[in-house]
Design a protein around this ligand. Structure first.
Ligand code: ZN
Length: 132
């Protein structure tokens, strides 16, 4: 985690550089061609480094997230706070397939077609949540 100030919107925010060193993170930002500013949500073509000032003295390690914290945080952001693990998903839905990072299935009870997004927890377990 490192503090970043955007010179366009003049906001300061915390950037999660994950497992990267600051140099690696900056290198990736330099190669990014187009982004949405984390602070001001303005969309720009070109590298965030053309807009952002990184404050290297503020760098700190993020607390490692536990499985439980991760799941709680996920539930707080998804519709109805409902997520499925792979087993639960197969129990409740007939999975039609995966396309462009989404999973499409049909509710076994209501026959409703449902679209899911998914992500992996810190331990690598996959969870699904509805986006339609
Ligand atoms: Zn900005």
């Amino acid at each position: 985690m490192v503090k970043v100030t955007c010179r366009k919107c003049n906001e300061t925010f915390t950037l999660n550089i994950e497992e990267n060193t600051l140099d690696e993170a900056i290198e990736m930002l330099k190669q990014t061609k187009g982004f949405e500013c984390t602070a001001g949500h303005h969309v720009e073509l070109g590298s965030p480094m053309d807009y952002w000032t990184i404050h290297p003295e503020t760098i700190y390690e993020a607390e490692p997230m536990t499985e439980g914290d991760w799941l709680e945080r996920l539930k707080a952001t998804v519709a109805n706070g409902t997520v499925w693990d792979t087993q639960e998903l197969g129990r409740d839905f007939e999975i039609a397939g995966f396309t462009t990072g989404l999973c499409v299935g049909r509710d076994r009870k209501t026959r409703e077609e449902v679209c899911f997004d998914y992500g992996a927890s810190p331990s690598g377990k996959r969870y699904y949540w509805r986006i339609s």
